[in-house]
Design a protein around this ligand. Structure first.
Ligand SMILES: Cc1cc2nc3c(=O)[nH]c(=O)nc-3n(C[C@H](O)[C@H](O)[C@H](O)COP(=O)(O)OP(=O)(O)OC[C@H]3O[C@@H](n4cnc5c(N)ncnc54)[C@H](O)[C@@H]3O)c2cc1C
Length: 365
């Protein structure tokens, strides 16, 4: 039977960033992916890095800010190992809020200041703010992370669905339909498929090609829509948050609703051409906080439930989980991310052996 120091199940940005971190600390690492590596939520995201966003839960702020600070170094590492760029943009964000009181990081903008920064943006009556929050293209980031990990010696098996994890002779074993692998530790990074209480939260979004080049430079975030420019000239508009199970269909009414909302802030979107539409499944939890923990099974860990912030949280999660997998205590307090907070709802991954691959039930809002 083949054996590794660490087996990670799920090749999204969380699993692959962690694999690279562990490999760089000297571990032999296998990542097992059910479908195409990087093909789920991580490639469907907008790529905003927004720790101060009022929608970011207060309990997440410390690790979210720490991860935002790690991001330049993380991007540099991936870009140099992979030999490609990930469109890390540091122009910052214009945020429209419903109240005049923004978080301390938000600098209020007068109409003249807004116009000076982004002449094409208009405020439909909401106060506007500038915040130094960056963005990245998640598809490029994911591709770079996969290449960087492979070039560093991480093995990545696509089309390898993990069916079960069991403990044999004190070590975890991972079983697929065809083979069984053993490792010193196994880490479940299966995103929306990690097992209860993690459940999918669908997001629909789309790209437009505007008629005018350099139409928007900052990310724009408002209560009902966000707009993220890429350096290629494409502009992303998102996103719905839906509790509809594992459905990834895209519907015209959702796209139309987002376009109408976006056009309120950026009127020139009305003449832009829609060039691509898609949906992805965020790994949600009941309190919108991640789960980063060793399960009831010794040396079987979970890093999941990153919901709307998994791109932002990838570098810090990799560092925290690398400590946990080595039996050390991370410098940051991660008690908040223990599943003990869901005491009433027994996590299915706690006895993961029989529950891998079993979708968490969707719960209507
Ligand atoms: C529309 C949308 C917009 C978003 N915008 C942002 C944003 O602006 N900023 C931000 O920080 N985050 C954003 N996110 C959230 C972010 O995309 C997620 O939090 C993050 O991608 C989660 O990463 P992951 O690796 O846990 O999951 P995934 O990328 O989904 O990876 C999990 C992988 O596990 C695999 N898997 C599942 N079951 C098995 C099995 N049994 N065996 C083997 N493999 C398995 C899956 O196939 C999948 O590839 C957005 C998400 C969406 C959908």
């Amino acid at each position: 039977m083949k054996s590794w120091d660490i087996i990670i199940t799920g090749a999204g940005i969380i699993g692959v960033s962690l694999a690279l971190e562990l490999r760089q600390r000297g571990a032999s690492v296998l990542v097992m992916e059910r479908g195409e590596p990087g093909g789920e939520s991580s490639s469907a995201a907008a790529g905003m890095l927004a720790p101060a966003d009022p929608d970011t839960p207060a309990a997440l702020r410390t690790i979210a800010s720490a991860s935002a600070q790690l991001f330049p170094e993380y991007v540099e590492k991936l870009e140099s190992l992979a030999g490609m760029e990930v469109d890390f943009r540091r122009q910052g964000t214009i945020a429209f809020l419903e109240t005049a009181d923004g978080p301390p990081e938000y600098q209020p903008l007068s109409s003249a200041q807004l116009h000076h920064r982004e002449p094409a943006l208009v405020s439909p009556g909401h106060p506007s703010f500038f915040v130094q929050e960056n963005s990245v293209d998640p598809r490029l980031l994911m591709r770079a992370a996969l290449t960087a990990a492979q070039k560093s010696g991480v093995e990545i098996y696509g089309n390898s669905e993990v069916r079960a994890i069991s403990i044999q002779n004190a070590n975890p074993e991972v079983r697929t339909d065809r083979e069984t692998f053993s490792a010193r530790a196994v880490i479940n990074c299966q995103g929306a498929w990690s097992g209860a209480p993690v459940r999918p939260r669908k997001g629909q979004m789309f790209y437009v090609q505007p008629q005018r080049a350099r139409l928007l430079q900052h990310v724009m975030r408002a209560p009902d829509v966000y707009i993220v420019p890429r350096s290629s000239g494409k502009i992303l508009i998102g996103a719905t948050v839906e509790d509809v199970g594992y459905d990834k269909t895209v519907d015209d009414s959702a796209i139309h609703g987002l376009l109408t909302a976006g056009t309120k802030y950026l009127p020139e979107l009305a003449s832009a051409t829609i060039i691509e539409r898609w949906a992805g499944l965020r790994p949600g939890t009941p309190d919108s906080l991640p789960i980063i923990v060793m399960t009831g099974k010794r040396n079987v860990f979970v890093a999941s439930g990153h919901f709307r912030n998994g791109i932002l949280l990838a570098p810090i999660t990799a560092k925290i989980m690398a400590y946990l997998a080595a039996g050390k205590t991370p410098a940051m307090d991660i008690a908040t991310f223990s599943p003990n907070r869901f005491a009433a709802e027994k996590p299915s991954y706690a006895d993961h052996a029989e529950t891998f691959g079993t979708p968490a039930q969707s719960v209507k809002k």
